[in-house]
Design a protein around this ligand. Structure first.
Ligand code: NAP
Length: 296
């Protein structure tokens, strides 16, 4: 009988937390011979029952596959596991899917170069249950030939897998920038839910309106990106002056409803500064100037 998974290349996954288990489980499901290792070995039990090989040591895990994926809590933990291995990683491709900063990614790349290890840094823009689906997107940076060679394997983790460029820091840089968008959006939704809650409106009633508006905002993002790159911010929709007036409404509404005002006050403080610098007649994209420089 035809086996669609025949010949899948071996993969090692080091770190079997919530994410590492999802990564290893997806490789297994796609027919990759999968070797795993975790500090607390019992987290491998389910994967082993499904056909994974539990390595007795990090070194054994590394030596089992040409592609080694590490996904632990932070870069210090990853380094603590890999640095003592000497040349066991040489000639293999190491993919670090641990979250961190671009500086940590570039430092790891330097360490890897010194050890003769081909290094890709990655970021996972998905939660564990979404890994392996069309909705998961993972970002990679580092040497393109290494990415290209392993792209078919890496794509198993998410259809939206994207290579960003040779600079090892890019995946982490995109990661933190995208997470910032997530927290900004979520905090604004939570503030909005608290606000409509003052009129006894349930969050579940408000949520579809929030989602429709978030979708509209994606249109603004696309339009403003071009203006930011050109450095010209014509007010094609509304001026910053108009935004500032309505920001006042949000603050007053929050105050009178007994709701926290920190978030709208921060938003307005940034816009007020733009107005003070003569940007009141510009479109909202001119606010980029507030974010491009260090905080006062
Ligand atoms: N969960 C998500 O939705 C998600 C999404 C995107 C990115 N990520 C990133 O993926 C990484 C892992 O997240 P997770 O959700 O899997 O976290 P987790 O469930 O807390 O698992 C942490 C993993 O790191 C290991 N670890 C921590 N310190 C260690 C050390 N000093 N030495 C050896 N192993 C160590 C743990 O081993 P033990 O089992 O022995 O404790 C465990 O395997 C993080 O960088 C996270 O930011 C997670």
């Amino acid at each position: 009988m035809h086996n669609p998974h025949a010949g899948q290349s071996p993969v090692t996954v080091i770190g079997l937390g919530l994410m590492g288990q999802a990564l290893a489980g997806t490789f297994l499901g796609n027919g990759h011979p999968t070797t795993v290792w975790n500090r607390s070995a019992e987290k491998a039990d389910e994967l082993v029952a499904r056909g994974a090989t539990l390595a007795a040591s990090v070194r054994d895990a590394v030596e089992a596959s040409p592609l080694v994926i590490v996904c632990v809590s932070d870069y210090a933990a990853a380094h603590g596991l890999l640095a003592p291995l000497g040349d066991a990683l040489a000639g293999r491709v190491l993919v670090n899917l641990t979250s961190g900063t671009s500086e940590q990614a570039r430092e790891s790349a330097e360490w890897a170069a010194g050890e003769g290890v081909t290094y890709l840094d990655g970021a996972i823009m998905a939660i564990p249950p979404v890994i392996g689906t069309a909705d998961a997107f993972l970002l990679y940076s580092g040497p393109q030939d290494a990415y290209d060679a392993h792209e078919p394997t890496l794509k198993a983790l998410g259809a939206g897998t994207t290579y960003l460029g040779a600079d090892h820091g890019l995946a982490s840089l995109y990661d933190v920038a995208l997470l910032g968008i997530m927290w900004g959006t979520l905090n604004s939704f939570l503030h909005g839910a608290a606000l409509v809650g003052t009129a006894k409106v349930d969050a579940t009633v408000f949520a579809p309106f929030a989602n429709r508006w978030i979708e509209a905002v994606t249109g603004f993002v696309s339009a403003y990106a071009g203006q930011i790159d050109e450095g010209a911010y014509p007010a094609l929709d509304a001026t910053i002056d108009t935004h500032v007036a309505t920001m006042d409404h949000l603050i007053h509404e929050s105050e009178s409803g007994g709701v926290n005002t920190e978030l709208p006050r921060l938003v307005k403080a940034l816009a007020d500064r733009a107005v003070a610098e003569g940007r009141g007649g510009d479109g909202y994209a001119a606010m980029i100037e507030q974010f491009r420089r260090p905080s006062a």
